[in-house]
Design a protein around this ligand. Sequence first.
Ligand SMILES: [Zn+2]
Length: 235
Amino acid sequence: MKDRDVASCRACERFVLQIPGWTTFVQSYWLLRADWRAEPGFFHGALHFSCLSGWEHEEAFRRELVEILTGRGRPITVEAEDGAHVLEQPGLYYSELVHQDGEWSIHRNTSTDRWLILSRRGPWFFLDARQLDALAQGLPARADEGGERVRLPEGLELEIDSASLAGLLDALAIRDRYPGLLEHGSPDYQVWGYFPKKRGLAYSVAVDLPLPRSAAEFLAGYAREYEPIRFDEPG
Ligand SMILES: [Zn+2]
């Protein structure tokens, strides 16, 4: 684990090109316990969402994940060589359950107008009010914020500066880890810069998030009626 590249998937070990809705990066500060390992430790790093379903450690991973995403922080006991330590595992405060429909649940943040769409197996998404507005208008929830920087593997046979997203995914041999992206995601891939010496790629991908139809339909109605969080109310 320690020697692995920061951009390799913690489930399949292949390269992860971060694209909203298809991949994620589990932050180390989450203190997500990796109970499935022989030595006590924490899980962090890159993941293809498509690798989660069927992953041998999925259940244990998801148990911890749900606690962190929907929780408000909790003490956890961690065994180390010099005995047990109590650490504070953070919570992300998506604590208000808004809706549940078998495969999916929708949670609202307790202090900001943000929502978590959490699948029982597979991906999770964060949405803001602007994306909810889009759903209410019958449009896709589009992720188009910011950019990414990544160090590409050695030996890619590709003109990185001018390659298409499909070409890059093929050269990295990971296109199958992004099901539906090229067909339904309307990805807008932009190269911001490529630095051959370090094989550093700065890029962005704006994309329609692959929300399940039932969740998108629910949110379209919900978006018209929820009460935004206000800070100017008395008391
Ligand atoms: Zn993977």
